[in-house]
Design a binder for this molecule. Sequence first.
Ligand code: F6R
Length: 625
Amino acid sequence: MAHQSAQLAPETHPPCYVFESPAEMARHVALLIAGIIRERNSLGRNAVLGLPTGSTPVSVYRELIRMHRDERLDFSRVVTFNLDEYCGVEPDQLQSYHRWMREHFFDHVNIPPQNIHIPDGMTPPEKVAAHCRRYEDAIREAGGIDVLLLGIGRNGHIGFNEPFSSPAGRTRLVTLDPITRKDAASDFFGEENVPTQAITMGLATILEARKVLLMALGEHKANIIRETVERPASDRIPASILQRHPDAEVLLDGAAAGELSGWATPWVTGAVKWNEPLIKRAVIWLCEQTGKALLKLDDEDFRTHGLHQLLRLHGPAQRLAHDVFQWMLNTIEYHPAGKEPKRVICFSPHPDDDVISMGGALIRLVEDGHEVHVAYMTSGNIAVFDHDARRIADLVTEYNRLFGIDLEKSRDVERTVVDALDSKHAGKSDVEHVRTIKGLIRWSEAKAAAMKVGCREEHLHFLDLPFYRTGTVAKNPVGEEDVAIIRGLIEEVQPQQIYVAGDLSDPHGTHRVCAEAIFRALWGMERDGKKTPEVLLYRGAWQEYDLHEIEIAVPLSPGDLLLKRKAIFMHESQKDEALFPGADPREFWQRAEDRNKGTADRYNQIGLPEYYAMEAFVRWKGTPI
Ligand code: F6R
């Protein structure tokens, strides 16, 4: 039974439940696991869990740790089997799943060490087969897995069962798929450092678990989730094998459910309760289906596309189309903060999100005479190439030599940097000096870019939030210190409007964490009876809002877009080739332009004015995202 707040997406197999927020999903999963553990404890028996690593289960582990601490959930009879481990990665190495599990879960609960099982990635090749057989034996001897948690890769992998894995597969050595290695690149500071092999539980092992919960969060999982549950099972999508499992469930947030037809277009699968947002969605969808502009839709279009009910209740077509036309027209806003002078803050999770995602709006806000502040929340130092750090260390030393500035000291620093980089092992994090230089590179680029769009230097704030300062891609959860820094800035600047990156598909989760920190600061202010600003959400470099979601669309002229491009160019360390480009081969400025022109095109296709480009925003509704 899914948590009360979850809704069932119709007509999927296995059944999909959509939660209001990732936190709700985590709570549901943790409650279910806690229920099994408590029941077994009362019978004096073990509970056997199958566990994944990755960004998706992090909050489940956090909630279980909280239950252990606050509700005395006793893990002493819990036995665990992890899904997988990279080959050739020492258990203490930053990227090891052994280390990951200790840091995210095992170190914080009372599972006896002998009950914990994780494949050993350091097993010599000639012993791997025997090691895998023993792993299977251990699962059997433990009585089989009671509940197995799974994440899903963008290619549909579960565990490291990559596309075309055999359904009969058991725990074994596998070769990692190129997509998997690309997705892991940032954890290893570069794709070339990602191991080529791993040990994983097999699909047959997974199918034998008594209960399976597949979890997915974020827009970047929406496609693969649709393929997993709405298409016939196929070897190409390993997760689709769960269609055969008698007790599997798929747990999603709204973003990951976004492509399910039962969710995205519920009118296709059954009767729905019509309200304004749903009407907007359905009518815009109808434009896409028919290739027609809003004001050209007729009753017949509604009938032939299964929208009789909408037509009957809210029609005729002309009225529906006109309402949606008017709503969409009202989203177009040249002056997102109005014309009266205001103070605004754009919160930029990384040093380049401001100009990439809302460079055009920043240009307009400055032009409109507002006091525009930008708050850079993290240093972004991990995304700088080593060769750039060397070049800058060299440049600074040479500059100091030319001007006779404390040469000894500066040579010392350069030597430290060069030695550290020379002796750096693939996949290791940087020493403090190198991190500082990399952070300064991004600091200088952010300043240059913001000033290019007209912001003033004194209005740029580099918050360097503590949660990010781990030196690795894995970050700490938001802490009170992060929240206090943000609240301090809001109280100091007293903006009437703020902009927050509200996307969930940032692959490293930094945007999500930054948004959470800002929301917590705002909730704190509300609790203390303080006035809070209007909050607009923008999407980061990865994706744009759907047309029906957009509440404010800021039109950009060719000149605006060119200036925005030049501002993005200031981020030289991310240009031509970024350290963490993600799956998209385009550079950030290209993604931004395609996306902004694409939004304008979509407005035009439904019969609204023809703009050159547009940036899109939605209003924050006061809830977690
Ligand atoms: C990890 C594992 C993988 C991940 C999947 C999703 O132990 O087995 O299959 O579950 O790659 O990863 P995230 O959750 O990081 O998106």
